[in-house]
Design a protein around this ligand. Structure first.
Ligand SMILES: Cc1cc2nc3c(=O)[nH]c(=O)nc-3n(C[C@H](O)[C@H](O)[C@H](O)COP(=O)(O)OP(=O)(O)OC[C@H]3O[C@@H](n4cnc5c(N)ncnc54)[C@H](O)[C@@H]3O)c2cc1C
Length: 275
């Protein structure tokens, strides 16, 4: 059990981790270095580091957090489950327990496909290693929009009769997998997913697996109050869910590194104080 789980490995998440470690709390940071900062060629408005590249800044933040004792876990948090005094964070087949959660998930929220939310758990899955056995000998589609897609598709190929992979070709994919460049448009089915609409046609599948680098907040933590597209917080960075804090781009404008690290610091101090 960790004191604090930080969801999202960007500047807000690393700042939260560094400041939680300064308060001697055990911390895990879940995510990979693929957030917005990694795409910035040069950051000129962050004090003390003129002209630094986004990737160099992110690597320095990560190294600092790790050196201070924060545990790093690559992966995507699929769901956060309140368990009374703590939270369970599901990362596909893995599960992490933490007493407090800080959401640092950035501004980019994936858009769900029509039919996805309705058929989740009924033919639609976010985890091959958890649900793959249900599709042994069957025909599945993989929608690949995140770093776990290749290994999960290979795992499914070992179980399923056929795997259609909607995403960029990757030499690590096993030969059995058929790569399709059509854009998935909707998931169809009455009570259970039965087909995927892509490239203007409907293709029949027994299951549809979706791998993204982030989750829609509504799926991540049910009942969290939003303010438009952003998570509603108070000045302590508390969300509407007791024990859950949020920081960085996911709480609103301006979408800037300085604001993200400032909020990450406040969220960590508030969470640490409440432990
Ligand atoms: C091209 C570009 C240039 C920019 N230039 C500047 C600049 O010059 N100055 C400046 O101040 N700002 C700049 N920005 C903005 C800056 O990058 C962001 O404000 C900052 O990165 C926000 O930090 P964050 O930690 O809140 O979110 P992010 O950096 O977006 O990190 C969020 C992370 O959380 C991950 N995540 C989301 N959901 C989950 C989940 N369920 N499980 C696990 N991980 C998850 C995401 O994949 C991502 O890695 C720029 C952005 C871009 C794209």
């Amino acid at each position: 059990m960790f004191d604090i789980a930080v969801v999202g490995a960007g500047p807000a998440g690393y700042s939260a981790a560094i400041n939680a470690r300064k308060r001697d709390k055990s911390v895990v940071v879940i995510g990979q270095n693929t957030g917005w900062l990694s795409r910035a060629e040069s950051i000129d408005n962050y004090p003390g580091m003129p002209g630094v590249s986004g990737q160099a800044m992110l690597a320095a933040m990560r190294d600092q957090a790790a050196a201070m004792g924060a545990e790093m876990r690559p992966g995507v948090v699929h769901q956060i489950i309140p368990l009374g005094e703590s939270f369970g964070l599901s990362l596909g087949a893995d599960f992490i327990d933490a007493r407090r959660v800080i959401l640092c998930t950035g501004a980019k929220q994936p858009r769900l496909l029509p039919g996805e939310a309705e058929l989740l758990g009924r033919g639609v899955s976010y985890c091959g290693t958890c649900d793959g056995m249900l599709y042994r000998g069957k025909r599945v589609a993989v929608i690949a929009q995140g770093p776990e897609a290749v290994s999960e598709a290979n795992f499914l190929a070992g179980l399923c009769a056929a795997v259609d992979y909607y995403g960029a070709a990757d030499e690590a994919l096993t030969a059995k997998i058929r790569v399709l460049s059509d854009k998935p448009e909707a998931i169809m089915g009455e009570g259970h997913a039965q087909a995927l609409k892509a490239g203007g046609e409907e293709r029949a599948y027994d299951g549809v697996f979706i791998f993204r680098e982030a989750m829609a907040l509504s799926a991540l933590l049910g009942g969290i109050e939003m303010d438009g597209a952003f998570i509603r917080v108070n000045r302590k960075m508390e969300t509407s869910v007791p024990g859950v804090y949020a920081a960085g781009d996911c709480t609103g404008l301006p979408l800037q590194v300085a604001k993200a690290v400032g909020e990450g610091c406040i969220a960590a101090l508030s969470a640490a104080q409440a432990l």
